[in-house]
Design a protein around this ligand. Sequence first.
Ligand code: URA
Length: 186
Amino acid sequence: MYSSLEEVRNDCLKCERCALCSTRNNLVFGEGVPDAKIMFVGEGPGEQEDLQGRPFVGRSGRLLDYYLDAFDLDRTKNVYIANIVKCRPPQNRDPRPDEEDACIHWLREQTRVINPKIIVCLGRIAATKLISPDFKVTVQHGEFFKKGRFLMMGTFHPAALLRNPGNKPLAYEDFIALREKIKEVL
Ligand code: URA
């Protein structure tokens, strides 16, 4: 049982639970406020994240930061950002179920220590892993689900919004729903 995020990070950085460790430049543990009440979970590091060892620092990260900023959320002030898998899948392919299963241990330990009230799943991979295997982002985005001690919501992955900018207003509405939920429960 870990008592601090640093302890989890120290062990996670040595992880060789799946083959993704052999192709990573850097493991991307996550970053943000260690006692954040709101946590965002993406799918896995892309090229920039792998090079820098930080989550959401490429183009989709800039879009995520734009949404966060619009709602007074900030990875240095009040949220934590992590991914389902901590190492980049080659060519940015989707993480495989066996890789997700090998890695989810770290996300569990992160959430146990951080103990957020709300977890926002960014995209299908996170939402199907954390909310429900048949989660449909286009249908269920913005809805809150009680899962154990967490309230969870799925929204569009920023990379999907870059590909389909027509969905940006829907993502914005999801952040409005998040703001209302924060007012209600925090
Ligand atoms: N996409 C993700 O899902 N996570 C990152 O950290 C970066 C891009």
